[in-house]
Design a protein around this ligand. Structure first.
Ligand SMILES: [Zn+2]
Length: 139
């Protein structure tokens, strides 16, 4: 006997898409710096413009999930980590513990992104708002 729970939430579907929307925002936020670096060349001008359109939509608080899908970016799957650019010399402070007791959050809180900074990575930034992420220390 399968008793299906009564659905008193008619907006469950829209809430689910809201969650994936937040995921899309976080993915965009995290991927933008790399994406912009990748699309720097003149050959990628059209694609770069399309990406910036998504950024503008995100800044206006409009949904970006479908726009990202249109760009071929699956927002639910983490973007593949691109080849790490070694423009900076590797830090030599290897005797220091690489522990960070805190987390970096999107500065305006528009996306649910939370980054842990490791010793090898630079300061994480939000590409949507062009701001460094806000550090919130653990207590
Ligand atoms: Zn962000």
């Amino acid at each position: 006997m399968t008793s299906e729970p009564e659905r008193c939430e008619p907006s469950e579907r829209s809430r689910r898409s809201e969650r994936s929307e937040r995921q899309a925002l976080a993915a965009l936020c995290a991927a933008l710096p790399r994406l912009r670096a990748m699309l720097r060349g003149p050959a990628s001008r059209a694609r770069r413009a399309a990406v910036e359109q998504v950024v503008l939509a995100a800044r206006r608080g409009e949904p970006v999930g479908e726009l990202l899908a249109g760009l071929g970016m699956d927002s639910t799957a983490p973007l593949p980590a691109g080849p790490s650019r070694t423009t900076l010399p590797t830090p030599v402070e290897e005797d220091r513990p690489a522990q960070v007791t805190g987390v970096y959050l999107c500065p305006l809180g528009t996306c649910p992104r939370a980054e842990e900074r490791t010793a090898s990575s630079g300061l994480p930034a939000c590409g949507i708002h062009d701001q460094a992420l806000r550090f919130v220390a653990d207590r």
